[in-house]
Design a protein around this ligand. Structure first.
Ligand SMILES: *Cc1c(COP(=O)(O)O)cnc(C)c1O
Length: 223
C-alpha cells in the first residue's frame, strides 16, 4: 500500500465533521511530501525541534499541529508558525504560549489535554482542573491564545468497551464546557481531538472532530 492510497482509504471513513491530522513523527520529508501531493495539508509532530526542521524544509501551506507534551521553554521555537497545540496541560504553559504568540503578533489555537485513561503516565487535566482553567480570572488576559477544544488519549487496551467509555466521557466533558464557557472572548470550542490508528473508529463514534493517525497512514515507526 502506498501512502496516497492509505490516505484515500482513511479519509473515506471520516464523517464530514471530522478531519485528519497526519502524524508524521520520525518519518522522512519524502513521506510527508507523498501525503502532501495527495492533498493532505495538516500534519502532527510530537517534538518541537523535529517539527521546526520539517516546517523549514517543506511547503508553507502545511498546517503544523504539535501533538506531544510541550516544555514551557521550547514554546518560542514553534510560536512563529504552529497552527494548533493539542497537549496544553497547565495554566503556566497557556501563559507562555500567550506570551510567545504576542511576540509574534499571532493568536495561537490550543486544545486542553484531558486525562481520561487509567494509565498514570498520561499528561492532562481532570474535569475539575479543566473547570478551573475556564474559571481562572487570568484567562481573559490571554488575548493571544484561542482555546478551540479538548484533546484526550484512551487507555492502551484491547478492551473496546473501555476505550469507548473513555471517549464518551471526554465528549461529555466537552459538551459541558462548551455550553458553559463558549461566550468567553478567547474560548471557541469546536474541536475534539481523539482517536489514533488503533481506536479512531471508536473515537469517531463518540464525536471526535480530529483524528491523529500515524502508523496506519505512514507504516510502523522505527524509533
Ligand atoms: C504518535 C501519536 C499519535 C499517532 O499514533 P498512531 O498509533 O501511529 O496512529 C497520535 N497521537 C499522539 C499524541 C501521538 O503521540
Amino acid at each position: 500500500m502506498t501512502i496516497a492510497s492509505q490516505l484515500t482509504a482513511i479519509k473515506s471513513q471520516l464523517p464530514a465533521a471530522a478531519s485528519l491530522v497526519a502524524v508524521s513523527k520520525t518519518k522522512p520529508l519524502a513521506d510527508i511530501m507523498e501525503a502532501y501531493e495527495a492533498g493532505q495539508r495538516v500534519f502532527g509532530e510530537n517534538k518541537i525541534q523535529e517539527m521546526t526542521d520539517k516546517f523549514e524544509a517543506l511547503p508553507k501551506d502545511i498546517e503544523w499541529h504539535m501533538i506531544g507534551h510541550v516544555q514551557t521553554n521550547k514554546v518560542k521555537y514553534m510560536a512563529p508558525y504552529v497552527s494548533l497545540i493539542h497537549g496544553v496541560d497547565s495554566f503556566k504553559l497557556l501563559k507562555e504560549i500567550d506570551k510567545q504568540a504576542r511576540r509574534n503578533n499571532r493568536v495561537i489555537n490550543c486544545l486542553l489535554q484531558v486525562y481520561i485513561a487509567e494509565e498514570e503516565t498520561k499528561f492532562g487535566f481532570d474535569e475539575s482542573e479543566i473547570q478551573a482553567v475556564f474559571q481562572d480570572s487570568e484567562l481573559e488576559k490571554l488575548t493571544h491564545i484561542n482555546l478551540v477544544g479538548l484533546m484526550g488519549m484512551a487507555t492502551f487496551t484491547e478492551d473496546e468497551n473501555k476505550i469507548s467509555s473513555e471517549f464518551n466521557h471526554l465528549k461529555q466533558i466537552f459538551d459541558r464546557v462548551q455550553a458553559q464557557y463558549n461566550q468567553l472572548e478567547n474560548v471557541n470550542l469546536s474541536e475534539l481531538s481523539m482517536g489514533m490508528s488503533n481506536d479512531y473508529h471508536l473515537a469517531l463514534s463518540a464525536g471526535s472532530t480530529l483524528v491523529r493517525i500515524g502508523s496506519s497512514l505512514f507504516g510502523q515507526r522505527n524509533y
